[in-house]
Ligand binder design. Sequence first.
Ligand code: E4P
Length: 217
Amino acid sequence: MKFFVDTADVTEIRSLVGTGFLDGVTTNPSLIAKSGRKMSEVIAEICALTDGPVSAEVTATDHETMLKEGRYLRSIAGNVCVKVPLTEAGLRTCKVLSEEGTPVNVTLCFSANQALLAAKAGATFISPFVGRLDDIGQDGMGLIADVVQIYRNYAFKTEVLVASIRHPVHVLQSAKLGAHVGTMPPAVIRGLMKHPLTDRGLEAFLADWAKTGQSIL
Ligand code: E4P
């Protein structure tokens, strides 16, 4: 399972790249706004930090302008993955860009039928939003199970990118279901490393080690 970080904060990305388990980055217009920076500059900077795909989202709502924006975003760096919303214009744009060889992440997916359409449009990634479904009392992980099954039934190449992940249990469930990718905020990635028994165990080992008076080096 690949791990993407969902942020436009370059400092966070740089630090996570150092861990070696970051496979890519996703951004959206809200995250770019939060960064307070010019989109083209921040995307270029992120792309230079990782070889993995960096999702940069179009903001037009009509097909022609989305296509122009997608082509522009792709020109920023070779690892830009153009993100389009799951609308009719977004799916049309996905089809054209995919045929041109540009990787496309179809975002704001909330149903399995939407995911089926994105796969037929040649999407590289489909992003079902689990947290936002949970927020309104629907079953976010149930959607992931459906999409994984449907894609397997037809051997679609589109990868299931679990988005709107809110906590480590979403990551665990995604992995058990065989989702290809999870994108999550930096705090969730860091949370995966933590366990109170690890902290307590390490503390005890180090206390006992100190009593020996030894040093390994
Ligand atoms: C994914 O690409 C989205 O940017 C993201 O996962 C949305 O998450 P949110 O629902 O926490 O805003």
